[in-house]
Design a protein. Structure first.
Ligand code: ADE
Length: 229
């Protein structure tokens, strides 16, 4: 069955954007997944289709109205997880991507301005996720990132080679470095072991490189790696 993504946004033209290209774009054409985009403005209040208002308690910016957001959610909700990308969310990880890929699909609610009225989040038990410790102008780019990470995991999207690679990141280590022809370029050579034809030695070298680079760059991942638990 087709994996369904529904996106609620004030900027529908931002979709599918990059997801219409390459791996995700081909999978979209092959109906491995589907994308429907609803303009939250269509659920706005009154002649001016108002979607936001000033924050109670004062302060800068505007808050997206709970009644408007909830009406937009109601138009697509069917039991799929409802995800709200926000820098206040828990960190989105590969494990989340795998969990969403294993389900029927997802509803993504993109916030702009100062974000959603808290009651809209709680009324639908939205899952709040952050794609990293930086602030984007809205949830749309985060939604695109999240969808890309999920869609590539859907059955039939990637070849067997990439699938196997996937498991290595899931094992909690960064990837070893890659090399291809020419064997010498600009005075730079390739590690001898990779030209040796000794598959066991290559595997051992790659494992050691993965461990070293993970230790150096991501001590947090190294400390939490599965073989350490
Ligand atoms: N919206 C704005 N910034 C974000 C972030 N870092 N992650 C998810 N959603 C966001």
């Amino acid at each position: 069955m087709t994996w369904r993504a529904s996106v609620l946004t004030l900027f529908p033209d931002m979709f599918p954007g990059p997801l219409g290209q390459s791996l995700a774009g081909r999978a979209l054409q092959e109906t491995i997944w589907s994308l429907d985009v609803a303009d939250i403005r269509n659920f706005g209040i009154g002649k001016h289709r108002k979607v936001d208002d000033t924050p109670f308690g004062g302060g800068a910016g505007m808050v997206m109205r709970a009644d408007v957001v909830d009406a937009a959610v109601a138009s697509v909700a069917d039991g799929r997880p409802i995800v709200y990308p926000t820098p206040r969310g828990r960190r989105f990880t590969q494990a989340d991507a795998q969990r969403f890929a294993a389900g029927n699909g997802i509803v993504l609610v993109c916030g702009r301005y100062e974000g959603l009225d808290q009651r809209a989040i709680e009324a639908r038990s939205m899952e709040e996720v952050s794609i990293g410790d930086y602030v984007l102008s809205g949830g749309e780019l985060a939604a695109l990132v999240l969808l890309d990470s999920v869609v590539r995991l859907l059955p039939g999207v990637m070849g067997a080679a990439e699938s196997a690679e996937e498991e290595s990141f899931s094992a909690g280590l960064l990837e070893y470095p890659h090399f291809t022809r020419p064997a010498e370029w600009a005075g730079r050579t390739v590690p001898d072991v990779l030209l040796s034809g000794n598959h066991a030695a290559v595997a051992a070298w790659r494992q050691a490189e993965s461990e070293q680079i993970t230790m150096q760059r991501r001590p947090d991942l190294w400390a939490a790696r599965p073989s350490n638990l």
